[in-house]
Design a protein around this ligand. Structure first.
Ligand code: FDA
Length: 286
């Protein structure tokens, strides 16, 4: 059964790039940066993985050609969409083709982090490609994973660009902290390290405790606002996004689009019960 798109409309900008374009323009007109995510994950077929790679390459070209948001846009991708679960070497070849286009068109590509079954492989693929594309590829680390302390150190040593987030997948207690206070504490330890010791990290959260702690940290140490950026998801706390921008911080909004929106939408519902209420309210109003 296919769910109707209006359910996901608050969190997903459109079912195609063209449908997402007005949302992209509205945000960049407000001085916000964007990162574009063509939805899809866990591809099992090589042809589909090739099509995803080519679609990402087209997206890089579209960003480069855009006069309206050229400077403000990057793209975010999932390696599982380019064949990571089929064969890591096949995926690496696809990733390298994409990064070649990204370098040529000077568009930054962020590798999203997915479930713990592919964390090690995602980091290995990132590290294989990174030396050839240090200015055009970045990674995501998840504060809830117990391994992340080591990964933060490694990424600082590489001077890689990291997005720090809490983590959105359901993970077992032997791999991931389950207590929100511990996750927050870990998040801030890593965020501070990345801001001090790595290149232009992204602090990706809607959580006021973490946003305020970051602001306090950079304020106390007189760290310039352009040394890092905040990131939030499309449709979540839009006023706060603009508010932080107006306070002088860089703010990038992650804009997902495409017809494979169900897994992304499900993660948004799972992480916050208010999101479920929002969808149910809209359903009743329909
Ligand atoms: P969380 O949902 O934990 O809420 C904490 C508090 O924040 C709330 O109690 C409330 O105070 C405040 N808050 C949150 N939403 C609010 C709202 N709508 N209105 C008012 N207050 C609100 N995950 C992953 O595993 N891999 C990835 O690659 C990424 N990528 C990514 C990119 C970006 C740009 C973002 C922002 C997030 C991700 N994530 C991710 C998701 C991330 O791991 C996490 O699941 C979500 O951001 C939810 O955690 P938060 O810290 O944002 O707030």
């Amino acid at each position: 059964m296919k769910l109707p798109f209006f359910l996901a409309k608050r969190f997903v900008a459109g079912e195609s790039f063209d449908e997402a374009l007005p949302a992209i323009r509205t945000l960049t007109d407000k001085g916000l940066f964007v990162t574009l995510d063509m939805l899809g994950e866990y591809v099992k077929d090589r042809q589909v993985a090739h099509r995803s790679r080519d679609a990402y390459i087209d997206l890089v070209k579209v960003v480069d050609a855009s006069r309206n948001f050229r400077q403000e846009a990057s793209i975010s991708i999932k390696l599982s969409m380019m064949g990571q679960k089929i064969d890591p070497d096949f995926c690496l070849a696809n990733l390298r083709m994409l990064l070649e286009a990204a370098k040529k068109h000077d568009v930054f590509v962020r590798l999203d982090m997915e479930g713990s079954d592919i964390t090690a492989s995602t980091l290995a693929l990132f590290e294989s490609a990174y030396p050839d594309y240090p200015d055009h590829v970045g990674i995501v680390l998840q504060a809830y994973l117990k391994r992340t302390e080591r990964d933060v150190e490694r990424m600082c040593a590489l001077n890689a660009r990291v997005r720090m987030c809490k983590g959105a997948y359901k993970e077992p207690p032997d791999l991931a902290y389950q207590d929100m206070n511990v996750i927050r504490e870990r998040f801030m330890v890593y965020a501070k390290r990345l801001i001090e010791r790595s290149r232009y990290p992204a602090i990706a959260t809607h959580d006021d405790l973490l946003i305020n702690a970051t602001k306090e940290f950079v304020g106390e140490r007189a760290i310039a606002a352009d040394r890092f950026e905040f990131q939030m998801l499309y449709g979540i706390r839009p006023e706060t996004q603009v508010h932080l921008r107006n306070e002088g911080f860089n703010m990038r909004v992650y804009i997902p689009y495409g017809n494979e929106w169900v897994p992304y939408f499900t993660r948004r519902l799972r992480e916050r019960k208010e999101n479920v209420w929002f969808v149910l309210r809209n359903l009743v109003r329909k």
